[in-house]
Design a protein around this ligand. Structure first.
Ligand code: AMP
Length: 132
């Protein structure tokens, strides 16, 4: 069965898309730790990040780097934190989280509740920054 992220890539499930190319897709985490919390995935469905082929693995990080740079431009934060968990969704992904301190990337803390408008606005801002 297709993963929830494959369904997102195919457009079967909506997402707050930030960017995509032929191989990768970036969108906002629906249960964000911080405003701008982004997930970056390969379109290829592989469960564990470290099981990706080397080329996809390396290029996923380069794609993530572009996202992080764009996020830094529009989300006020100290830096962009990175996490790889995969405990919930068995489709390789990198979490990019704007952080000011260690608590901002504590996955056990309550998640932010954002409105549809807020999600849309943040996704658009990051997307615009990517193009600039
Ligand atoms: P993990 O697999 O432990 O890295 O966590 C998966 C992440 O995906 C969690 O932070 C979820 O909030 C997020 N997530 C799950 N379903 C969706 C969805 N439909 N859209 C955006 N993010 C999602």
């Amino acid at each position: 069965m297709a993963s929830i992220f494959t369904k997102i890539v195919k457009g079967d499930i909506p997402s707050y898309k930030i960017a995509e190319d032929e191989r990768f897709y970036a969108f906002l985490d629906i249960n964000p730790l911080a405003k701008g919390h982004t997930l970056v995935i390969p379109k290829k469905e592989v469960d564990k990040l470290f099981d990706l082929d080397d080329q996809t693995y390396a290029d996923l990080w380069l794609f993530s780097k572009k996202l992080a740079r764009a996020m830094e431009q529009v989300i006020p934060c100290e830096r962009i934190g990175v996490a790889v968990l995969g405990l919930e969704v068995p489709h390789a992904h990198i979490h990019l989280v704007p952080i000011n301190g260690i608590y901002d990337i504590d996955f056990s803390k309550p998640k932010l509740k954002l409105s549809n408008e807020e999600f849309k606005q943040i996704a658009q801002q990051i997307s615009d920054a990517l193009g600039s």
